[in-house]
Design a binder for this molecule. Structure first.
Ligand SMILES: [Zn+2]
Length: 137
């Protein structure tokens, strides 16, 4: 796996492995672009059926990127109800942006809002404001 600049993949307190900063990312700045294999809606449905962990990120209602093939570390970004990044989709590119200042060693997290998981999938992000589930209902 070729990691994007400033990122490392390490064991996470939240879930499995996570994506960590190795450099300082200032609030409002770009962290990295999400990379992966470009797949159609039908292929997303097919892949979602057989896997416990999904690394699929939608660009629009038809196309998605599957970071499990060709991902650069951003596909390990875990969900948190109190995230330090957000996603910006622009011209077919998915960018992770810093919501707060992110220091080296900090895990990068994102509020997934909606996922292919069922709505009752529990969240273990440990944030004081944790809503209890990964999907926002
Ligand atoms: Zn949570």
């Amino acid at each position: 796996m070729k990691l994007a600049h400033g990122l490392a993949v390490r064991p996470s307190q939240i879930d499995g492995r996570g994506c960590f900063a190795t450099v300082f990312f200032p609030k409002g700045g770009k962290i990295a672009e999400y990379t992966g294999e470009r797949i159609s809606r039908a292929e997303v449905a097919r892949r979602a059926g057989g896997r416990r962990k999904l690394r699929i990120c939608a660009i629009n209602s038809y196309w998605s990127l599957d970071g499990s093939r060709g991902g650069n570390g951003t596909h390990y970004i875990n969900h948190s109800c109190a995230p330090n990044s957000y996603m910006r989709i622009t011209h077919g590119h998915i960018l992770f942006m810093a919501l707060t200042d992110i220091r080296p060693g900090e895990e990068i997290t994102l509020d997934y809002v909606t996922t292919l998981h069922s709505n009752d999938k529990r969240c273990h992000c440990k944030a004081p404001t944790c809503r209890g589930t990964i999907n926002k209902q």
